[in-house]
Every structure is written in C-alpha cells, then in structure tokens.
Design a binder for this molecule. Sequence first.
Ligand SMILES: CC(C)(COP(=O)(O)OP(=O)(O)OC[C@H]1O[C@@H](n2cnc3c(N)ncnc32)[C@H](O)[C@@H]1OP(=O)(O)O)[C@@H](O)C(=O)NCCC(=O)NCCS
Length: 170
Amino acid sequence: MSLKSSPAPGAPSLLGQRPQDAAAADALIDRAFGPGRFTKVSERVREFAQFAPDLSFCAWRDGRIVGVVRQWRVRAGPTPIVFLGPIAVEVGERSGGVGGLLVEQACAAAKAAGEAAIVLVGDEPYFARFGFSAARAADVSLPSPVDPRRVLAIAFSPAGEHLRGPVRAL
Ligand SMILES: CC(C)(COP(=O)(O)OP(=O)(O)OC[C@H]1O[C@@H](n2cnc3c(N)ncnc32)[C@H](O)[C@@H]1OP(=O)(O)O)[C@@H](O)C(=O)NCCC(=O)NCCS
C-alpha cells in the first residue's frame, strides 16, 4: 500500500464500525500508535469498558479504511458516560480534516444517544476545537496515573457538566 504525501481531496464516507471492519481498523490503529499502544492508560479503561459500536465510526475512501474512532460506555463516579479512543487517521490522510470529521461524528452520535458526556485521554490543543477541556474532567480519575492536562471531557447535559469520581465499568 502506498502512502500519499498530501491529504486526498474531498471528504471520505463515514460509516458505523461493523464487526467485519475490526481487523482493518485495528491494523490502522497499530500503524498510528506503534508498539506502545497497549501500555496506554486508555487501554486500562478499555479492559473493562463496554464497546459501543453505535458510537464508533470508520472513514472510508476508495474502498479502504483511512480513519477510525472507537467509543465505549463506562461511568465516572455515578454518571454513565462515553470514553473515546482510540482515534487514528492514516498518515497520508492527515491534516485533511478526517480526524475532525470523526471526532464530530463521535460527539454527535453520543449526544443523539442521550449520553451525558465524553471523556478521553489526549492533547487539549487538538481536542479543544471540538469543545473538550481538561477543566471539565478535573475531578475524574483513571485507573492508572496520567497527566491531568491530558484527561479531557465534553458535556452534553447537566449531569455531564459535573463529572466526579473514578472511571469504572458500567
Ligand atoms: C490526531 C489525528 C487523529 C488527527 O487526524 P487528522 O485527520 O490529521 O486531523 P484534522 O485534519 O482534523 O486536524 C489536523 C490538525 O490538527 C493538528 N494536530 C494533530 N494532532 C495534534 C495534536 N496532538 N495536538 C495539537 N494539534 C494536533 C495538526 O497539526 C493539524 O493542524 P493543521 O490543520 O494546522 O495542519 C491523527 O494525527 C493521528 O492519527 N495521529 C496518531 C494517533 C493519535 O495520536 N491519536 C490521538 C490520540 S489522543
């Protein structure tokens, strides 16, 4: 497979992630994150989280997956929430807005499903443009130590505006 040096023009198609997409999506995630993938704190969350296929999406172009976002159901203290991640875009497709489309679709789906909030571990300089902030997640704790500046949340309801407590299984 050849990688492009600049993003392909036009928007890819976003589709819900189907079981048969999992292997190709996993391969993309492996390429994006490398061997450190399974040491991340987010993986500790995903060990007990409930995968949410209804909130997870693949970006398709020319019959192949060029981006993926997965979401999971957990709780933060007493509040059921969504945990986002991983999100990955094929190297040759980056900076063309595919990541942004995936985040926006993930947020829209969670909001439409009546979820209170999404929490993720990531860079605020990237995710702030979609409404995520570290301040919103300041009272949320994860199963292993993490830089609090990287724990971000976005709220969709009053319950999501006051997240407090450890992230645990539903
Ligand atoms: C993060 C990622 C999903 C973004 O996908 P993308 O399709 O490039 O995203 P968009 O096109 O919507 O946005 C790209 C812009 O965000 C910026 N950006 C990307 N990652 C960033 C980060 N971690 N912090 C700040 N800005 C970032 C890019 O520099 C680019 O800016 P530009 O438009 O000025 O060139 C992609 O870079 C990726 O797969 N990275 C490897 C996996 C990863 O780190 N996932 C996120 C874990 S939190």
